[in-house]
Structures are given as C-alpha cells and as structure tokens.
Design a protein. Structure first.
Length: 325
C-alpha cells in the first residue's frame, strides 16, 4: 500500500546521565552512554508527504512557518542512503511547547520524523533499529523512541549504538518542572558544544567514570530510590557543565538565576522535599520531583527571581505513529 502521508507524535527527553561529546560526529556515536526520561506534555507532531510541488528540495514547516532545511536535508540524505528512500519531502511539524524557550526540540523532532519515515516507507525496523535511525538526526532523539525511562548504549558502530526502555512510563511517577530562565544571550547549540568536549581536560575523567554513574542511576530508577537518584543526577549534570566551562573556548550556560535555583533546590531537598536539579545545554533548570511534591515546587518557584516561565512534564511514552494519518 502506498501512503500519501504519515504522521507521528513524540516528546523531548531529559537526560539524567548526559550525552556530551561524540566518538563519531558523522554517525553521532556518543563518547558515553546515557539515561533519560521522556517528557509527556511536551509534544511534537510531525507529518510527511512527497514534495510534488518542487521535487528539487525538501520543504520544512514548523508551527506554520517555513524553515531552513540544511540539517534535515543532511539527515534525510544520510538516512536515505542507508535505508533506501530518496524522495524530496514536505515535513510539517508542530510543537505545543514554546519555541525559543530553550527546550531542546531536536530529540522530539528527529524521533517523530524517524517514526513517520518508518511508516511512510514501510521500513519494518524494530524499536532498537528505529532509535539508530533517529540518532542520525540528533543524538538525544535516539532516547525518545522507546517508552518511559530509557538507556542509550554507547556502542561502537551504527547498529550497536541504540536505546532501550529500562522502565516503563508508569514505573515511577516522576515529574519535570522546567524553570525557563530569562536570557538575552545567544546560546551555543549542542552540536557545536559536542565538538568542543574533548578540549576540556575533564572530559576524559567524566567519560571514564560513566559506567559507574550509569549503574547507580539505573539502580536508583529501578528501586525508586530518590535519595541516590538526586545525588547522581546532580553530580552528572555538574560534571557535564564542568566540562563545558573548561572547554576551549569555554561555554558557560549557567546564568545567575540558574545558580540561585540550583542552590534553592538543594535547600528544599534538605527540608524534605523530594526534588533534584539537572541542566542541559542552556540556562534553564529542570527540577525533577516525585508526584507528592510537584505542587510545592511549582508554588515555590512561581515568584522566584529570574524565571520567565514554568513548564510541567510527566514521564512519557516513546515516539509512535498516529493511526489513520
Ligand atoms: C546537554 O542530542 O541535542 O542535552 O546530537 O548534536 O543533536 P545533537 O545533540 P543533542 O545533545 C544533547 C546534549 C544534552 C545532554 C543529553 O541530552 O544527553
């Protein structure tokens, strides 16, 4: 059956053990394995169809606006050569979370696109194989394919660098309160940041210690041990930011408000509120908390200085196609 279009939904994810640096930037084989949870409530819906109006190029439309296509074209060329599809496409995508708020959308974008491609071209890939396809577009997209809590194995070639679910989305009801920090500064994107990771003398230390942190984090999730979980995710985030800050040239994503929030989160935890912080390649702080403490966190940070917006997400399912579309 030939489909005229195919639609998929996916979510971004927040990493607890971070991916920073690539062993192979072309294939996005990471320097270390990572663990994350999918963020339901933040949704990307992507539809693809053949570009019958202009067969010479792809047409990318995000939230109704035509976008520049170089990154998606590179992905489609690379993926098409591997999986055997060569059409020029119209890709229409909508995000229900604010663009420009610093929420990485490449993970949900490329995982949704991978699922839409799988259906459109009837690729018949397993979830693991699908995660490798998504990885070619954005490393972290690999982790938005399986459901719930996900581990991405580093691997050493295209086939062995894939993700699996280590616990389902209803295993442990954690929430991510995303505190969007005001910033006028232009940020350095992850793709550029990954290229700098090896210039930091701390990157090799971070990478060599990864298996230990992965094991602690995996166990903490399986056992729902919030104390261990909080300790290891904050350590991992701080280690990645130490690498960023000591790269050449250095990258400092922390803003004064970010640091004030990190300190506040630790203070709240000492007072018995189950919360822990983690930060990606930007000034926003993700406060991970248990269900009973979500309201506390949202109330507490509502009026906190330097916060522009609060977003809430729960543990989400993996990328999936939308039937009939
Ligand atoms: C700090 O997956 O955004 O969020 O592969 O170049 O698209 P590309 O990078 P990306 O990097 C994510 C970096 C991070 C940590 C993480 O999500 O593991």
């Amino acid at each position: 059956m030939i489909l005229r279009s195919s639609t998929a939904i996916s979510h971004p994810n927040i990493a607890f053990i971070k991916y920073w640096g690539n062993a192979d930037p072309e294939l996005r084989l990471p320097s270390n394995g990572s663990i994350s949870m999918n963020l339901e409530g933040l949704d990307t819906i992507t539809s693809i169809s053949k570009n019958t109006d202009d067969k010479s190029k792809h047409n990318l439309i995000i939230n109704g606006k035509t976008q520049e296509t170089s990154r998606v074209s590179t992905f489609l060329d690379k993926a098409g050569a591997m999986y055997g599809f060569h059409d020029t496409l119209v890709i229409e995508s909508t995000n229900n979370f604010p663009m420009g708020a610093g929420i990485a959308s490449s993970a949900s974008a490329y995982s949704a696109l991978a699922v839409a491609l799988q259906k459109f071209y009837q690729l018949n890939l397993s979830s693991m194989e699908l995660s490798t396809l998504a990885r070619l577009g954005s490393g972290s997209a690999c982790r938005s394919i399986p459901s719930g809590y996900v581990e991405w194995f580093q691997g050493n070639n295209h086939q062995t660098s894939y993700s699996i679910s280590i616990a389902s989305h209803d295993h442990w009801e954690l929430f991510d309160c995303i505190l969007v920090v005001n910033t006028g500064k232009k940020k350095i994107g992850s793709t550029e940041g990954h290229l700098r990771a090896d210039t930091s003398p701390y990157q090799s230390v971070r990478v060599h210690d990864t298996d230990r942190r992965l094991e602690i984090c995996r166990r903490a999730i399986i056992n729902q041990d919030f104390e261990k979980f909080a300790w290891i995710i904050e350590l991992d985030s701080d280690m990645m930011h130490a690498v960023m800050m000591t790269s050449n040239p250095p990258i400092t994503y922390w803003q004064p408000a970010s640091l004030a929030i990190l300190q506040e989160v630790r203070k709240l935890r000492r007072s018995g509120i189950e919360c822990a912080y983690t930060m990606d390649a930007g000034p926003n702080v993700h406060v991970i908390c248990t269900k009973d403490h979500v309201k506390n966190i949202l109330d507490h940070f509502e009026q906190f200085p330097g916060i522009h917006q609060l977003l809430l997400a729960k543990v989400g399912m993996g990328a999936r196609s939308i039937p009939g579309q």
